[in-house]
Design a protein around this ligand. Structure first.
Ligand SMILES: C[S@@+](CC[C@H](N)C(=O)[O-])C[C@H]1O[C@@H](n2cnc3c(N)ncnc32)[C@H](O)[C@@H]1O
Length: 513
């Protein structure tokens, strides 16, 4: 994406191009009622055939363009981006946007199986190694779809998706797109196809656009999905996702921070609803994950938050072409200053050495007088080690030994939880930690009931504490979900099932029992 010049420019809000049924966003933006409950996009509308709100939903956000004005040469610029137009609280919905192209999971699965004729050389324990191949199939499928859109744009009856798509491609493939056209993306409606848009895109250009702007599976990576498919008799029973890769133009305007303030989930508009162009389409729902002051830029993380500093920088440079200057990076860089945390964390780790390594890490944070803010950021970067430790503790056979070990683990877990709250609140990895802590606490409670009945009050309050934290994190990520606690419970069950049974968050894929 071009970062041409520095400075910041707020865009004017022109009326949206008139589009039947769904062209409501820009012109009505000011009066739009805050959307709190998106559960109908996750579980279907209660009346079965109407959505209780218009889509796309544009909440308290505005698009800004930092490419063209040049006020301050030293200012860090991210190109185009979104800001909030008022103060917002965690869990508030910022927008719901529709995918303009996506790769339905059943079609990708069909191609994957076809390629192998249903035969794979895998063993039961290790990763199947088919992840890269699955990614290629998915990506080329998306390229095909985009090429089809490009070809069909000249026909008389160009539909809503094609117009939106034209607009998106024009924004992404040219260095010189006038700012005013950004309103089109914000409104999720499109330029008219007689605009000067180059649709003769090389495959390489499309792949570049996809790699920087399409959104892949949320809880998973391609390896875990390929593993699941190759080891489960070619079925895609109960997929936790309907598409593997999707392009959501408005979401593609969001810049990266390693300590983000927004979080996304995906949903599907039920096929049963009456509004035709929307039926069955994929949506992305974005919520604030921390409090934001009016004018703050909306940012999320392009990488798993558990990636340590050096690895994050390499990935952001090579894939997105920028060096991150977010608060977390600045803070961690200062704290690291020649210290070897990475070396400690990279030691040959087996289950028995985990407590020692964590002890050394924690001691190193303290002995080097690392600020508590930096400690939290660093801890999140090394969270995989903590997860491994908690998993190992859970996996150990029931014993009559005292609950002290588990209780110390929960103290550590608490620190990690608070670190996620101030660094990557309600992220997939945060939810994983919370599910795990809940299991640790339950396991402590079960042991206490059998061996230490005097302590069951304490252990029960631990279970309650972690249940509450789980609920809170889910309600930030998924929104208020109405007033129906059953919906919240379902969402918690869903994330737990995805993470636990279907090889979710990959850093814990081998265990998480
Ligand atoms: C998905 S796009 C985000 C929208 C982009 N700013 C634009 O104008 O199209 C990703 C690109 O935005 C820029 N970007 C995102 N986050 C950034 C950051 N923290 N610092 C510098 N550039 C960033 C990079 O050029 C990156 O390849």
């Amino acid at each position: 994406m071009p970062n041409k010049k520095k400075g910041k420019k707020k865009l004017s809000t022109k009326a949206a191009v008139a589009m039947p049924e769904i062209s409501v966003a820009a012109s009505k933006r000011e009066e739009t009622k805050q959307l709190d409950d998106v559960s109908c996009l996750l579980f279907g509308p209660s009346d079965g055939d109407t959505l209780p709100f218009d889509l796309p939903y544009i909440g308290p956000i505005e698009l800004v363009d930092q490419r063209y004005s040049g006020e301050n040469e030293n200012q860090v610029v991210h190109g185009r981006g979104l800001i909030v137009t008022r103060d917002v609280l965690p869990g508030e919905c910022l927008f719901v946007t529709l995918a303009i192209v996506s790769t339905p999971v059943d079609e990708v699965h069909r191609r994957f199986v076809e390629l192998h004729n249903g035969e794979y050389s895998v063993n039961d324990t290790s990763s199947s190694g088919y992840g890269r191949e699955l990614e290629d199939i998915t990506e080329s499928f998306l390229v095909e779809q985009i090429q089809t859109f490009c070809k069909e744009r000249d026909t008389e009856d160009v539909d809503f998706m094609q117009r939106t798509f034209d607009s998106f491609v024009s924004q992404m493939s040219s260095e010189d797109v006038p700012s005013a056209e950004l309103d089109v993306i914000l409104a999720d409606v499109s330029l008219h196809s007689d605009k000067n848009v180059n649709m003769e895109l090389e495959e390489e250009t499309i792949v570049n656009i996809i790699r920087r702007n399409a959104f892949g599976p949320d809880y998973h990576n391609y390896d875990t999905i390929a593993d699941y498919w190759t080891k489960n008799a070619d079925t895609i029973q109960e997929p936790a996702y309907n598409r593997l890769l999707g392009v959501y133009p408005l979401a593609a305007m969001i810049n990266h921070s390693c300590s983000p303030n927004a979080i996304r989930i995906f949903g599907t508009i039920p096929a049963s609803i009456k509004t035709k162009p929307l039926q069955g389409r994929e949506v992305m729902i974005v919520h604030a994950s921390v409090p934001m002051k009016k004018g703050t830029e909306v940012m999320w993380s392009y990488l798993p938050p558990t990636t340590p500093f050096n690895a994050r920088h390499e990935m952001l440079e090579s894939k997105y072409g920028f060096s991150c200057q977010c608060n977390r990076c600045v803070c961690e860089k200062k704290a690291m200053d020649g210290r070897e945390f990475d070396q400690i964390a990279k030691q040959n780790i087996d289950d028995s050495s985990l407590p020692k390594i964590i002890q050394i890490l924690e001691a190193a944070f303290i002995s080097n007088s690392i600020s508590s803010e930096a400690q939290r950021y660093l801890r999140v970067g090394y969270a995989s080690i903590y997860m491994q430790y908690f998993n190992a503790a859970l996996a150990s056979p029931n014993s009559t030994e005292s609950n002290d070990v588990l209780s110390n683990l929960l103290k550590l877990a608490m620190q990690l939880h608070f670190s996620f709250v101030s660094c990557n609140n309600a992220s997939t990895e945060h939810l994983s930690i919370l599910h795990l802590c809940y299991e640790l606490a339950s396991s402590m409670h079960t042991r206490a009931m059998t061996f230490f009945p005097d302590t069951t009050n304490t252990t029960m309050s631990q279970v309650r504490f972690w249940t509450e934290q789980l609920k809170k994190a889910h309600m930030i990520r998924f929104g208020s979900l109405g007033e129906n606690l059953e919906t919240v419970r379902n969402v918690m069950k869903h994330s737990r099932a995805v993470l636990r049974n279907r090889g979710g968050w990959y850093a814990v894929k081998d265990k998480f029992i």
